[in-house]
Design a protein around this ligand. Sequence first.
Ligand code: SF4
Length: 488
Amino acid sequence: MVDGPVTIQLPVAEQARLNREKADTYHRYHIDAAETDSRQKYPRRFNVKVGKFGLAKLLFKEFFKYFGHWDVVFSRPCTYGVFSGPVGGFSPRPDLCVGCLRCEVQHPDFVKVTHNPELAALGDSYMTSKHIATIDEEARKGSVPVRGQGYRGRFGGPGFDQMFTDMSEIVRPSRDGIHGRELIGTSVDLGSKPMRLTFDKSGGILNAPKMMTIQVPFIYAPPPDAVASGIVPEILVEAAGKVDTLVFLPENTVTAQGLAGENVVPIIAPTRIGNIESHGNGTRMVEMSSWNLDAWNQVKEHPLLVSVQLPLSGDWKNTMMEMIDNGVSIIHLISDYHGESEDGGFIMDLYQEAHFALVEKGCRDEVTLLGTGGIAGADHLPKSIITGMDAVGLDLPLLIAMQARLTGDTKTRGGPGVKLPRGLDKEWGVQRILNLSCSWRDQLLEILGAMGVREVRRLRGEVGRAMWCGHLEAEAFGDIEGFPGGEH
Ligand code: SF4
């Protein structure tokens, strides 16, 4: 029996209201992409050559056949408008050609469509004109390029094309993460995560994790020497701040241009490591440009995070182990722009060697591995993570996003000549980098969603989720006489 008025509590409704209020205060991470026009035109994809006599004959025939339907007569034989200029096919507009080859198939006697050699001359054997055109489109639109024609790339091949990723429907619980209804995490931690916490007698933590989180598993690597100072670093610093990632820059650039900040990682030579104190303004991390035990001992207890560069050359694995034994928690593996080590090894193999060496040593989670070099497309990002990297560095794609033309030695780190587009301004450059970052993150979400992986941290070293073309071929054809390495 209850005396007096009964107050009906609505804890569920009240809780729901509070939850809603709280949810409204959350900031859902996203990158502000916005279509950004090109500053210079890329060479067109195809050249279209038309025999005038053959075309005149066709028009004469069609004039009577489609009399009155002049739009039809003057667009033939291309429905994409290549032959629809003021004087029709007599002055074709090859910029509109999509390479469907309909005209050539129908009229092989007077139409010839060929690849534009000017486009093919862009890039090199690794960063091909196709990569460049794709990066340009991603940096212009900020979205995932959709062709509507299925995958038109190669199945198998050298480098990253060796790897297929497992995106079967069976492991595909939902597309919700891609459309933003639920979260797929792309943030990664840099620094050390102790395997267990240890406490002093009064309960204080003795080995608190020393790490930071960035929102995407990629950082911006230093630009080549030709543009190591000036507007390019300024653009990268502003973009890194907006994306919430890091940009690594030579210490003298940071100092001379006053770029120090929480998203900037000054790269300091071991002989000048004492300068660590001079970078204020919220600097959270510095990088030592090579391994040196004495220099490391000076900074290993410093409150800033310190990463150490390790070029993939010589006996790099032993050096890596020495670094770990001395407590280095962020190791930055560096290859050339083609993703190769000094002796020609490719990063997909070398990254696995590094990753599994740490797994075997039982300290993988205590060390962050960054890998820079050889990233030429959005798919190279998850593939590098699958082979063992926590995060990767972007280098030449950032310049290509800003429509820079690369010349000279495009393989050796720091070597390429760089011609920036005329009228490059900071606002435009920053937006192009944001667009590229957004597009590549979205493509990463696609692959994570398709794999059913909820956060990119769990993709690291998941080689079981990938297949190697060479292994599959050996399995299928190894017993067949004549197969390389098979029975003879
Ligand atoms: S290849 Fe196709 S798009 Fe190009 S000109 Fe011929 S019909 Fe037009």
